[in-house]
Design a protein around this ligand. Structure first.
Ligand SMILES: [Zn+2]
Length: 291
């Protein structure tokens, strides 16, 4: 009887162990499947991004809708997430290539992807494509906030008076770096340079941060770039270090914009290798030093 019970317990433990292995295997294969789907989605988003940037380069602005990209030959299946029910990417219309590069261009607002964390948590997320071409997986609860921040940044760029934009720049503790970058962009549309001292201080502060080896913060760098672009018109010497830094950026779109700002006399379109290669910007830096 005792022997029989022991056999029963061993059989029970074995089947429990097998069940656990099955569950772990399922979790693992689900995680692998999800990762593959997300990778494919990123690949599609890159295709759409490339078509959007090409359109902006040729037409001077992004298309009003993703639909018009489809008309120009981009297959319809590229304009949505490959996972599940193929929800279309949310497209932020009305952006321009010279706007702050931490503005999102495409967002997966419905967060269709799932990340299996090592502690067992299941985290839904969506991909966000930014104006500098980076694609960042972002947790679901942050996506509405990104949309709200984008809406506010667009309002500053389209509707604010120069004085309001200057107020935003002058009070960094009350406004996010995206808002400040939007305000700096707004001022770049003005010809009057009365605001230069504030902008110069801003660029100097960011330069100091970099010299101190402050950790990477995309938003701060973005605002610094916008300030440097603004300063470039009035004080090239002060703006140049920030732009030279951008000319060496690992981001193609940032390099390209810095190049065009510093060397506008070079007829467009420049050969693509001028931006793709990290070596060419270095030559440009040497050229600037020799001047
Ligand atoms: Zn997706």
């Amino acid at each position: 009887m005792y022997k029989h019970r022991r056999r029963f317990i061993i059989a029970g433990i074995t089947s429990l162990f097998l069940l656990l292995l099955c569950l772990l295997g399922f979790q693992e294969s689900a995680a692998v499947g999800e990762a593959k789907q997300a990778e494919f989605c990123r690949h599609l988003a890159e295709k759409v991004a490339f078509a959007l940037f090409q359109h902006a380069d040729h037409e001077g602005q992004f298309p009003d809708t993703l639909e018009s990209l489809k008309k120009n030959g981009l297959a319809a299946q590229y304009c949505g997430c490959p996972r599940g029910d193929r929800q279309p990417y949310t497209y932020v219309s009305g952006l321009r290539r010279d706007m702050p590069e931490n503005l999102p261009l495409l967002i997966e607002l419905h967060a269709p992807h799932i990340f299996y964390a090592s502690d067992g948590r299941i985290i839904p997320y969506g991909l966000v494509l930014y104006l500098d071409g980076t694609i960042i997986p972002t947790a679901r609860e942050l996506l509405p906030e990104i949309m709200e921040q984008t809406r506010r940044a667009l309002a500053i760029m389209r509707k604010s008076e120069p004085g309001q934009a200057l107020d935003i720049i002058a009070s960094p503790s009350r406004h996010s770096y995206l808002m400040q970058a939007a305000a700096l962009w707004r001022l770049r549309q003005e010809k009057d340079m009365f605001f230069l001292p504030t902008v110069r201080e801003y660029v100097a502060m960011l330069g100091k941060n970099r010299a101190l080896g402050m950790p990477y913060q995309g938003d701060i760098q973005c605002a610094g770039r916008q300030a440097a672009y603004l300063l470039w018109r009035g004080d090239r010497e002060a703006a140049l270090p920030e732009l030279v830094n951008d000319m060496k950026s690992y981001q193609y779109f940032i390099r390209k914009r810095a190049w065009h700002t510093v060397f506008p006399e070079i007829p467009a379109p420049l050969p693509a290798y001028a931006f793709i290669s990290m070596e060419i910007p270095k030559e440009a830096v040497n050229f600037l030093r020799s001047k």
